[in-house]
Write a protein that binds this ligand. Structure first.
Ligand code: SAM
Length: 415
């Protein structure tokens, strides 16, 4: 894998290696430096995270996923999706348009008992089938990614629905292939987040509504399902090389995107992977598949259910020995690591000593990671990585991959 991120080196930065029990993995093909961009790539496919049976349509362009302005272009044929420019609209293929239109017409009945998530899965399948005809080589890459799910009642439902409602599929797709595609999406899809400010506004509004509901006693109908998680997603994307990164609960790299940037080159949905700290040649480079503040039980559940493996990373090895109470206490401590980090670290050490659960770093050896690389902003839970180095020196500034804030690194050096 060559450096796509602007560095001029000829030696690849990463190479694919098969690691026992982890499948394909990406390892450093040369020493990698904190802040270095090790990969930048465009998506194979992108699809909206907004269900189509909703009174509030997506406020994002259905191609580049920037926020729509007043002068957006609604598709005249299906009237279901909008685009920011005629160029973005030109990617809306007739097959996709007609499929969406028919699906929407029949969807009220068809999706009546289904969760909004099912509608989003339908959108993924439409994008994947569309890719099969629009770009067969890219469809082959999608097929080569991890994930071979058995048919389930959900995949059978979606396959039957799309086969019967959509115009003839561009390529023959079996129920088994539909199931495999859904699994590939589950283990390889990345969420492109809504701007942090939008999510925070929705969060405050939801909190206010919940408070009113508590006071006035009326039932609340799932007001903002897209934003009721800690982070909210505007679109999902599958990125071919990025799909080879395995997970670690203490990652050494993290991903950035700049969807709302002004870039006119059509690359605003690229994913960028940057090193959090230095790693030596031969070390595996891993991302965390979700915010790093999740507790041990939550992480294990998510990794088993969504990704099909038990995590045995160094952090999990330590935390598997914690009692349930300790797990929650330490999660709270991580969440609270905003402002006065040094004080909090000291407080934690004092508490640990008082509780007799460790008078050295052995009970919480990764506290350093949270103090230095977890964003301090309330409700953000993003990860910080140094800005790309401009010269030989590592940047003194760390950028959050969720809220985008930049702060000066007070600690310095490698962990
Ligand atoms: C995005 S893919 C990563 C690349 C994958 N290893 C491959 O061979 O294509 C995610 C899948 O990789 C595997 N995986 C990722 N991290 C792992 C880890 N820490 N331990 C074991 N398996 C892991 C799981 O099968 C997971 O569903």
């Amino acid at each position: 894998m060559k450096d796509d991120g602007g560095a001029k080196s000829e030696t690849p930065l990463l190479q694919v290696a098969e690691i026992n029990g982890r499948g394909r993995s990406l390892v450093a093909a040369q020493p990698l430096r904190a802040g270095q961009v090790i990969l930048r790539e465009s998506p194979l496919l992108l699809y909206s995270a907004f269900p189509f049976l909703t009174s509030s349509p997506s406020p994002y362009c259905d191609h580049c996923f920037r926020h729509l302005s007043q002068s957006s272009h609604r598709c005249q044929s299906c009237s279901l999706v909008s685009f920011c420019t005629p160029n973005c609209l030109s990617f809306h293929t007739p097959w996709l348009c007609e499929s969406l239109r028919r699906l929407h017409q029949s969807s009220s009945a068809a999706f009546a008992d289904q969760s909004p998530e099912r509608q989003v899965q339908a959108r993924f399948l439409l994008s994947a089938y569309n890719l099969a005809s629009a770009s067969p080589p890219d469809f082959q890459i999608l097929l080569s990614l991890q994930g071979n799910g058995d048919s389930t009642s959900d995949s059978a439902f979606l396959h039957a629905l799309l086969s019967s409602v959509c115009p003839p599929l561009p390529v023959p797709i079996s129920p088994e292939l539909t199931a495999a595609l859904l699994e590939k999406d589950k283990v390889n899809g990345f969420g492109l987040m809504e701007p942090f400010s939008v999510c925070n506004e929705k969060r405050s509004l939801t909190a206010a509504l919940l408070e009113k509901d508590k006071v006035n006693g009326f039932g609340l109908m799932e007001p903002f399902s897209v934003c009721n998680e800690k982070r909210s997603v505007r679109a999902y994307g599958i990125y071919p090389k990025t799909s080879f990164f395995n997970h670690d609960c203490l990652p050494n790299a993290c991903r950035f995107d700049y969807v709302d940037s002004d870039s006119s080159d059509g690359n605003n949905t690229d994913i960028i992977i940057r090193m959090i700290h230095d790693v030596p040649l031969g070390r595996e480079v891993c991302l965390s598949y979700f915010p790093v503040n999740m507790n041990y039980a939550g992480r294990q559940k998510r990794l088993l259910e969504d990704y099909g493996f038990r995590c045995e990373c160094d952090r999990c090895k330590v935390e598997s020995g914690w009692s349930e109470g300790e797990d929650d206490e330490n999660e709270e401590a991580m969440d609270e690591m905003d402002g006065g980090e040094d004080d909090q670290e000291e407080e934690m050490e004092e508490e640990e000593e008082e509780e007799g659960c460790g008078d050295d770093e052995s009970s919480f050896p990764h506290a350093y990671f949270f103090a230095r690389y977890m964003c301090e902003k309330e409700n953000c839970f993003g990860t910080l990585a140094p800005l790309p180095p401009k010269s030989h020196d590592v940047s003194r500034f760390l950028e959050c991959n969720v809220c985008g804030s930049v702060k000066e690194d007070e600690v310095g050096g490698n962990p």
